[in-house]
Design a protein around this ligand. Sequence first.
Ligand SMILES: Cc1cc2nc3c(=O)[nH]c(=O)nc-3n(C[C@H](O)[C@H](O)[C@H](O)COP(=O)(O)OP(=O)(O)OC[C@H]3O[C@@H](n4cnc5c(N)ncnc54)[C@H](O)[C@@H]3O)c2cc1C
Length: 431
Amino acid sequence: MTSRPEETNHNMDSEICILGAGPAGLMAAICAARERPGVTVVEASPSAGRKLLVTGGGRCNLTHDATIDEFVRAFGEAGRFLRHSLHEMSPTDVRTFFHDHGLLTTVEADGCVFPADGRAVDVREVLLTEAERAGVRLRCGSPAIGVALEENAFAVATARHVVRAKRLIVATGGVSWPQTGSTGDGYRFAAALGHTVVAPKAALVPLITQQKWPGSLAGVAVRDVRIYAKCSPRKIASVGAIVFTQDGLGGPAAQDISRLLADELADGRSDIGLCIDLLPQTPLPELDGQLQQRLSAHARKTISNVLAELVPRRLAATLCTLAGCDGETQAGQVSKETRRAIAALLKALPVNVTGTRPIAEATVTRGGVDRRQIDPKTMASKVCTGLYFAGELIDAEGPCGGYNLQMCFSTGALAGRSAARSLSNKSPSTA
Ligand SMILES: Cc1cc2nc3c(=O)[nH]c(=O)nc-3n(C[C@H](O)[C@H](O)[C@H](O)COP(=O)(O)OP(=O)(O)OC[C@H]3O[C@@H](n4cnc5c(N)ncnc54)[C@H](O)[C@@H]3O)c2cc1C
């Protein structure tokens, strides 16, 4: 099911209304409805979880095989805020949730967790099936256009109806990939209800470089590199794959760097020096020695061909050019200086970052609803009783590797349960 039970056009009362049927909203709905009936989800798009379908290149990296402490560290400044929610639904709980509903998961060598069948659509299917089983009313194709706090309820206006609910969970996502429905409406609703919104910035987004040569390598991927910032007072580094793009660098390692440099880049710093260590396992002196051996062992091959044993062929040719030598030179003719220059480039290929691709192309949004105004033990608003937040809408984003979906599931589960439990309490002020 992509859009289950449709409703007729009429006003409707609910116990809990959730805005947004992404991973955070659906998990909130399931967890709330398992506690008490009367949960309605209002979704703008004609079908639920559209962004979920494109995650992990359609395979959905749904969490990471890491401890809660490791998750907390990975989220940096937001980590402490997320600790409680990560205990509410841990990475292990996420995997158990999907296993219990027939979706086996597998852990890859780098710790990323995917559905065993590699199909994001099955992750969405489990969420929708469980939401239906729990009795959630899902209204797709109904963008919320306004939210107001009336005497005893929130009134959520859509073009066709008004949903009145005692509790409201806003889970409308950030502003990246707006074509999947996340257009930033939740920021407007949060602000209308008294919240501060930290200016959204692109995070986990491809970098634009001053150098033009990456464009000639567009599409070439290199696995297991280390990227580090040359002159940052903070220690900024990431490891993983990169992919050269028309105007710079993409892939998880480059995107993680974009997140770590998001504030500098948003502040207009337009020349940040990075180095790419293409062979991080091998120290420079050892690498130079290996190169020397290879060049003499294959003296009649071209230098490009020798280097292609270490890095992708097209990159090998570019490295030769950057080192000032012709890639067609016979390996036996390469001077010591050139060999050393190539070894140095393999260990520290310099690029200058001048910016990032637009936020619409980012994997996640940095910024959003100020987490200082959200109770980390419940995800309840500290400024508006009965209001809750979940998912990417909150100012908390993690690195590539399943961290962000885990955050959505954890905050969604906590918000859903807290909202439902607050209704079981005698006093609404315990919301
Ligand atoms: C290409 C890509 C790949 C990614 N891959 C991964 C990955 O593999 N692993 C990972 O951890 N993270 C990944 N992410 C990040 C992850 O997808 C998001 O962080 C996550 O989807 C956010 O979930 P959410 O529920 O908070 O918001 P969303 O998934 O954006 O869902 C919000 C929902 O709210 C709805 N909505 C918005 N406004 C309104 C309104 N006014 N009324 C009603 N409904 C509204 C939207 O239509 C949408 O359905 C990826 C992101 C992208 C773009």
